[in-house]
Design a protein around this ligand. Structure first.
Ligand code: NAD
Ligand code: MG
Length: 398
């Protein structure tokens, strides 16, 4: 029996890396469904290539074009459109595992639908967990979901923990801290005064990883590490003061777990997302990911530095949002999505991104999260507030 796979966000960086690993193991996996936002030609080509039974496009107005394209390629994949189509493919009976690789809050609903359906969940879409942490994890527990982190750091931590994700339980398991590594992004060594006028292309030129544009900007502001602090908190039940960020420019050591006896266990590997993807797809087995062996002799040196909260205030904001709790992380995430999109459109400067998040968090009070509607309300309110902040900054710069 091979595992039926659904990839949410198949046309993205993580989606394509997942298809690469899956294609290496036809004896283990077969693709049931692929989804994309609006990339009709890419989605059709990928669905045809891997003989997917379903292709779903979030922009419902493109369903007809997707159908035409698939038929031209000779594929008889069933086409679904709109947010409902994404929910439908994520919960199909024939799907065993769902790769949640949509970027941003748009991934929350289909990811939670997959969890509610009890699918094995491979989570790349960190924003979904950051927004809805306690609700997301309740659903995971209720439906006994096997939740496997794809983010390279969290996948590393998962591999360094003694057993599966059964909560923090530091005392019983003897864990002292999580050491969450980050490359420091493309501007690690730049003075803050040089950053306001950097271009989107400069911000997206990550020194060690090739990724989608939104997460690349997050890495440059270090909001990506901020999101990952909150992600680690929910995945592993770790309190904020037991999560230490460590800057490690080579991106070879992907994170560590420190135990009370002084042991520190790390996971290392080449910076290639196919490693965590393969680890999660095959867990608890190990499979070839197409990734070359780590050549320690050519790497030679590994460096570690303290994070600089003054140059990268996004880290401080994330710790504050986590301490505030409730809807604060959802507000932070939504403001970040709006600000990053505005920066990528060239409407605001680089430093404005984090300033807008800070302003939005200052204006909107955090509210308790009782149900998903509370998350969606906080998200919508923060987006509206952040849009106003973008307009103000764009006007004052003009
Ligand atoms: P990407 O931009 O390359 O791809 C995003 C995918 O999501 C595309 O398939 C796109 O069609 C789809 N999508 C975008 N907006 C959508 C919408 N509104 N509705 C439905 N689908 C939509 O992004 P990526 O770099 O692959 O990142 C995906 C997720 O994985 C992000 O949450 C990111 O933080 C996380 N992640 C990525 C990497 C990496 O190396 N790329 C590493 C760790 C974590
Ligand atoms: Mg990461």
């Amino acid at each position: 029996m091979t595992q039926g796979i659904c990839i949410l966000g198949a046309t993205g960086s993580i989606g394509r890396s997942t298809l690469d690993v899956v294609a290496r193991h036809p004896d283990r996996f077969h693709v049931i469904a692929l989804t994309a936002n609006s990339q009709v030609d890419q989605l059709a080509a990928l669905a045809n290539q891997c003989h997917a039974s379903y292709a779903a496009i979030a922009d419902a107005s493109l369903a007809g074009a997707l159908r035409d394209r698939l038929r031209k390629l000779g594929s008889d994949a069933k086409v679904l459109g709109g947010p409902k189509g994404l929910l439908e493919v994520a919960t199909l009976d024939s799907v065993d595992a769902v790769m949640a690789a949509i970027v941003g809050a748009a991934g929350l609903a289909p990811t939670l639908a997959a969890a509610r359906a009890g699918k094995r969940l491979l989570l790349a879409n960190k924003e979904a967990l950051v927004m809805a942490g306690p609700i997301f994890m309740d659903i995971v527990r209720q439906h006994k979901v096997v939740l496997l982190p794809i983010d390279s750091e969290h996948n590393a931590i998962f591999q360094c923990l003694p057993s599966s994700l059964n909560g923090w339980e530091a005392k019983t398991k003897g864990i002292r801290r999580i050491l969450l590594t980050g490359s420091g992004g493309p501007f690690r060594e730049r003075a803050r005064t040089d950053l306001q006028n950097v271009t989107p292309d400069e911000a997206c030129a990550h020194p060690t990883w090739e990724m989608g544009r939104k997460i690349s900007v997050d890495s440059a502001t270090m909001m990506n590490k901020g999101l990952e602090i909150i992600e680690a908190h929910w995945l592993f039940g770790a309190p904020a003061d037991a999560i230490q960020v460590v800057i490690h420019p080579q991106s070879v050591l992907h994170s560590m777990v420190e135990y009370i006896d002084g042991s520190v266990i790390a996971q290392l590997g080449n910076p290639d997302m196919r490693t965590p993807i393969a680890q999660a797809l095959a867990y608890p087995d190990r499979i070839d990911a197409g990734v070359g062996a780590l050549d320690l002799f050519s790497i030679g040196t590994l460096n570690f530095e303290q994070p600089d909260f003054n140059r990268f205030p996004a880290l401080r904001l994330a710790y504050c949002a986590l301490a505030q709790g409730g809807s604060a992380p959802a507000i932070m995430n939504a403001a970040n999505e709006i600000a990053v999109a505005a920066f990528l459109r060239g409407v605001i400067g680089f430093l404005d991104v984090v300033n807008i998040i800070e302003d939005t968090l200052a204006v909107l009070p955090a509210a308790p999260l009782r149900e998903l509607a509370d998350v969606m309300a906080a998200d919508a309110e923060a987006r509206a507030e952040a849009c106003r902040a973008v307009d103000r900054r764009a006007r004052s710069a003009a």
